[in-house]
Design a protein around this ligand. Structure first.
Ligand SMILES: *[C@@H]1O[C@H](CO)[C@@H](O)[C@H](O)[C@H]1NC(C)=O
Length: 427
């Protein structure tokens, strides 16, 4: 019975659909035959007659239609302006919804970590946990810094940049870019007095560490790599005070506020040194060993390194563990900090070694763009050229200042050929 009734209803459904399709077809035919409608068709014939009769009247007709086109054009531009406004509003709302969802999701995950729910749910509902609980802020670690951060941070988050006088010109380009997009929570860790004065003159928040630490000698005179090592020591207190830290090198131009583009679901969220989907996000690389015959293909997991010049740390135990491990290893072996940073993040536990259990996320490579992606791919691709990154990091090139300025000219001033004169790489 039920089946039959369904079938009857189905038939009725088909008939209605067919009726609608026929109606639409008739409408289309009418629209084609009588473009001005049934009632105006006479006048349209009249125009045609006039057209065939005299050339001067052709002028009139085309004049009328150009008026019409003008009107349509202006209507169209009004509509597209409205459309753009709506799109912008939708984008803003979507962003707000995303952030709210993010908070809810992260809170839920933290409850799961802390709670004692140990029964696994049904298929498809089980999620491993990425969002570790944040540490309890401990102001006694550094009351002076705690006070400063209360003033400068926004929503318990802060951008931290280490700088000494060696990098002043780049720092200046960066500060200008930060102010241009209205970022408030930007703090410079001044490694010498000249940078303190510079920050004062630029009205940028700065923090000078207590001058008792031997490591600070490095900061005063050191080049890029020496300063880079120091950051793993400096950041610890920020996390202990309960702040999410976005560490930034100085060779970075800010084009949007990065805090609107973070996910905050992992201990470490970092930009990549990769240059396409595979290298940035991970891939299966087959190593060929013909001597093995049947099993000549050995599969390997590959990913290009996280860039230790721009990453976000949530104030969690794994993040602090990471900083300590990197600082400790560097002080013992003198290895490159970025290499150590990645080894700590990716090597699993194995005999004689206990791995770090930190959750990780790679930032979008077009939003958080390294200079290889920009100069080898993006500037040559019409579609990618239209995207506006959040930041550009000139990590792949030694002529950093010139390229930073070119990035500003291209993305801010709209100078379309600003990037053209630079070679892809540097020799
Ligand atoms: C890279 O991945 C994105 C997202 O999955 C995809 O839309 C895009 O087409 C991919 N690009 C290439 C070149 O495969």
């Amino acid at each position: 019975m039920a089946g039959r009734r369904d079938r009857i209803q189905q038939h009725r459904g088909y008939r209605i659909t067919i009726a609608i399709v026929v109606g639409i077809l008739i409408g289309c035919v009418c629209a084609f035959v009588f473009p001005n409608g049934f009632f105006n068709s006479g006048s349209s014939l009249l125009v045609n007659e006039r057209l065939s009769k005299s050339n001067s009247k052709v002028g009139l007709a085309s004049c009328e239609s150009s008026e019409r086109v003008k009107m349509l054009k202006s209507e169209f531009s009004v509509v597209s302006v409205k459309n753009a406004e709506l799109k912008k509003q939708v984008k803003e709302l979507t962003e707000k919804v995303r952030l709210a969802e993010q908070e809810t999701e992260n809170a839920r995950n933290q409850v799961l970590v802390l709670g004692s729910q140990i029964k696994a749910g049904p298929f498809g509902t089980v999620k491993s946990l990425r969002t570790n609980p944040t540490v309890v802020p401990d102001e006694s670690v550094n009351p002076r810094l705690a006070k400063l951060l209360e003033k400068v941070a926004v929503s318990k988050e802060i951008i931290v940049v280490l700088a000494n006088s060696n990098v002043k010109p780049m720092l200046e380009v960066q500060i200008t870019s930060v102010k241009r997009v209205g970022i408030q929570n930007y703090l410079i860790v001044a490694l010498d007095d000249s940078i303190v004065d510079f920050c004062k003159s630029k009205e940028v928040a700065y923090y000078k560490r207590d001058p008792d630490k031997a490591v600070d000698m490095v900061g005063k005179s050191g080049g890029n790599h020496a300063v880079s090592r120091l950051k793993f020591r400096v950041l610890r207190e920020f996390l202990q005070l309960g702040y999410g830290v976005l560490l930034s090198d100085v060779d970075i131009v800010f084009l949007q506020n990065p805090f609107g583009h973070l996910y905050r679901d992992s201990d470490v969220e970092s930009m990549s040194d990769g240059h396409d989907n595979n290298t940035a996000y991970g891939f299966n690389h087959v190593f060929d060993d013909p001597s093995m015959g049947w099993s000549r293909s050995a599969h390997t997991m590959r990913i290009w390194v996280f860039n230790s010049g721009f990453f976000y740390l949530r104030p969690t135990l794994p993040s602090i563990d990471l900083l300590d491990r990197v600082a400790d290893t560097i002080s013992k072996t003198g290895e490159w900090d970025q290499a150590v940073f990645n080894e700590q993040l990716f090597y699993p536990s194995h005999p004689g070694y206990t791995g770090l259990h930190a959750s990780k996320r790679v930032m979008d490579m077009y939003e958080f763009m390294n200079s290889k992606v920009l100069f080898k791919t993006v500037r040559k691709n019409e579609e990618l050229k239209k995207l506006k990154p959040v930041i550009v990091h000139l990590n792949y090139h030694p002529d950093k200042l010139e390229r930073m300025q070119a990035v500003v000219e291209f993305y801010v001033d709209g100078k379309q050929d600003a990037l053209d004169s630079f070679p892809d790489g540097s020799f």
